[in-house]
Ligand binder design. Sequence first.
Ligand code: COA
Length: 222
Amino acid sequence: MTTQGDLAALFDWRAAVVLLPIQPDDGTVLFPAERGAVRNVVLGRRSEFASGRRCAHLAMEHLGRPGLAVPMGLDRAPVWPHGIVGSITHTDTMSAAVAALKADGIRSLGIDLEPALPLPEDAVDTILRPEERRGLASLPKATQLLHARIIFCAKEAFFKCQYGISRLMIDFHVVAIRLDLADGSFEAALTQDAGIFPANQVFAGRFHLDAALIAAGMTLEG
Ligand SMILES: CC(C)(COP(=O)(O)OP(=O)(O)OC[C@H]1O[C@@H](n2cnc3c(N)ncnc32)[C@H](O)[C@@H]1OP(=O)(O)O)[C@@H](O)C(=O)NCCC(=O)NCCS
């Protein structure tokens, strides 16, 4: 079973991470400023949203701050309170959030959780670059699509982390992931300029894999 400690190990020690199972929303978690985002949605979506926000509120408390509202922005990205950076993710069953104080030197964070299942074969070309697909070919056939999903998870964590700074939507092929399977780390290299980030800039992240979940995390300092 994936633990909160497994996720905390993906981030800088100054970040606080919370992992919770998703419970049906009972209307007690969300602040008024958060509720509008899920007013007209099905219970499942409201529950994952509320659970992600509960993780976010608790992560802020772990930082020694009050757990304040994290409304959804017009671009759907979470709007963290002044002085706090963070990131939220969920699967069908679990939700997680990571948060840190800008004053502690953390510039942006990205987290992603995925079920530990093979990536659907028809998604591979959309998500993986040719060299990433070639890298998978050296792995046993049975694990190739699971590793493709780790790459997907790493790209989502990178995407959220960079978005916190650039506000830029980027395509999956703009970043190339290199996994270090033994170390549980990855590098995300830009294959072209992306807003303020120049081509070839490399960002470091970490991933976790167990029988249930894949998790990826990225911390940008500064
Ligand atoms: C937004 C996106 C990253 C969400 O990822 P996902 O794996 O589908 O879903 P997750 O559960 O992990 O994350 C959802 C959470 O991400 C957060 N989120 C949404 N948009 C975001 C953004 N632009 N930046 C950072 N976080 C964002 C939200 O908190 C959301 O949860 P909420 O709606 O309950 O608040 C994804 O759907 C997406 O649109 N990606 C854009 C393309 C992309 O990933 N490119 C990769 C380039 S390398």
